[in-house]
Design a protein around this ligand. Structure first.
Ligand SMILES: *Cc1c(COP(=O)(O)O)cnc(C)c1O
Length: 500
């Protein structure tokens, strides 16, 4: 399997190179050159396997430069009992006869990004040796909260790598911040950036596309790479759990073979829902992909009207990991649904950069609408959904998952589609304890409680144990207190690497 750039079809690389580079030199994203289809019989076969074996079966289709043994090694280093607090890795929780939550947050940082970031470092270090790379790789991450910690945990003390995470000063929860500033590891750095997630992300992108700076790094034997969800090595592991969830439902006789399901995904950078789209394209029986946004509802408007317009006020919401106005992975979808029209994609991305806006033609709009349904909800509705779900089912969900649940309810109301539905549950409610407890017991009860008191209150209320990784945060020393302006990010990188 070869990979091509969304902005230049003739820019073609092997899977190991796509993972090593992270982003194509022309600014495009790497996508598989060929389509892969799984038959219903192979889905039945997957149903009889555990998560790790399912993972190897899916990954081997895409990562053809890796041997089966190498993939097995990567998978078992990532998805094991030390890292995940459940044997099934990504269990499905049955809410009622129609709705299932796919719990993607049993990993070391309590959010779905562990699903990809636990395995990426192993795929990356293997990719480096396969491509004869002798430079030390420097991972730069811009995070809206969950990616940063998940990347730090994934890469900490991995030989031949350094990792530096930038997070928006006022865009992450207290727990998320605490998780990052207490990060241990020989090769890690953490820095706050004045501004929002897009500022941090644009800063990182600017560093990546600065050819002069690349030369300077090369001279010091460093090579930049990305762990953001634009890296193919991030995206491909996310395809696994959609198959895995479907297989679990087949195994438990909740679904009949080939029965179509809806998949609902709380969406920010469009990575998680894009993986669901790829799963559908590979033959997973999916009816509708439902794209759920918070009040930063660029994607809702885009899917409904075909106009992508980021010229709007950025809002800080209770679901901060979805506070994004530029959903980078959308570029991959556009490439696919335009029949791989690299010239057009390149032009739209140019317009997005220059004017903050582009519009797709009617034929592409129609394709988008056939595949996706989109909706959004505000913070008040998010809180209401947490409260109602707990009241009706004694099941506590976090703010991001609540956005998905709310939008799904809107979808059913509007369409009357009662197909079985898998909702991606992307964070543990403990990670957003403040909002979740406020929703459940009201602001007065929460007002002057510490983070750790809130964790205990939530454990009591939900009857679920506090996740190991969060309980352990108490008493950890702060190891990182750097803060910089957007323009200073490159200097922070240089300082960490000890180059002037
Ligand atoms: C990152 C994140 C999302 C958004 O996922 P994308 O792949 O960026 O669309 C949703 N929920 C949580 C908890 C996240 O951490």
């Amino acid at each position: 399997m070869l990979y091509q750039s969304t902005r230049d079809k003739n820019m073609v690389v092997r899977s190991a190179e796509a993972i090593k580079l992270g982003i194509s030199p022309d600014g495009g994203l790497f996508v598989p050159q060929e389509k892969i289809r799984l038959s219903p019989a192979s889905i039945v076969k997957l149903s009889g396997m555990n998560y790790c074996s399912r993972a190897v079966e899916i990954l081997k289709l895409f990562l053809t430069d890796f041997t089966i043994d190498e993939l097995r090694e990567c998978v078992s280093k990532a998805y094991n009992k030390d890292k995940f607090e459940t044997d099934s890795i990504a269990p499905v929780y049955k809410l009622n006869d129609q709705v299932y939550f796919l719990e993607l947050w049993h990993g070391p940082t309590c959010a779905f990004k562990d699903m990809a970031l636990q395995i990426l470092p192993h795929l990356l270090t293997k990719s480096l040796s396969k491509t004869g790379e002798d430079k030390e790789v420097v991972i730069l991450v811009a995070t809206s909260g969950d990616t940063g910690k998940a990347a730090l945990e994934g890469f900490k003390n991995v030989a031949g790598t350094r990792i530096l995470v930038f997070y928006p000063d006022n865009g992450v929860s207290e727990i998320q911040k605490l998780q990052m500033i207490t990060q241990e590891g020989e090769n890690v750095g953490v820095c706050a950036v004045e501004g929002n997630f897009d500022d941090a992300q644009n800063g990182v992108k600017a560093i990546f596309t600065d050819a002069e700076y690349e030369k300077l790094l090369e001279k010091h034997n460093f090579r930049l790479s990305s762990a953001n969800s634009i890296n193919w090595g991030r995206l491909v592991p996310q395809i696994i759990y959609y198959f895995s969830a479907y297989c679990d439902l087949i195994k438990n006789e909740e679904l009949t073979l080939e029965e179509k399901v809806n998949i609902v995904v709380p969406t920010g950078n469009f990575g998680n829902i894009l993986a669901a789209y790829y799963a559908k394209e590979m033959g997973l029986p999916v009816n509708r992909l439902i794209c759920a946004s918070n009040e930063n509802n660029v994607l809702t408007d885009f899917i409904r009207t075909g106009v992508y317009d980021r010229n709007r006020v950025f809002k800080t919401t209770l679901s901060p990991s979805m506070d994004i106005l530029i959903s980078s992975n959308l570029e991959r979808l556009l490439f696919d649904i335009t029949g791989r029209d690299d010239v057009r994609v390149k032009q739209w991305m140019q317009e997005l950069k220059e004017k903050g806006r582009y519009e797709i033609p009617d034929i592409t709009k129609q394709k988008l609408k056939d595949l996706f349904w989109a909706g959004y909800c505000d913070d008040e509705a998010t809180m209401q959904t947490i409260k109602e779900t707990e009241a009706d089912y004694s099941y506590v969900i976090d703010t991001h998952t609540a956005v998905a649940k709310n939008v799904y309810d809107q979808y059913v109301k509007e369409t009357g589609d009662y197909s079985k539905t898998i909702i991606a549950s992307t964070a543990s409610p403990f990670k957003f304890n403040h909002s979740v407890m406020t929703a459940l017991v009201g602001p007065e009860e929460v007002e002057d409680k510490s983070e750790f008191q809130l964790l205990e209150m939530l454990a009591e209320k939900s009857g679920v144990r506090i996740p190991r990784a969060l309980a352990e945060l108490q008493g950890k020393p702060v190891l990182h207190n750097l803060k910089c302006k957007k323009e200073e990010m490159q200097q922070v990188v240089s300082n960490m690497l000890g180059i002037s």
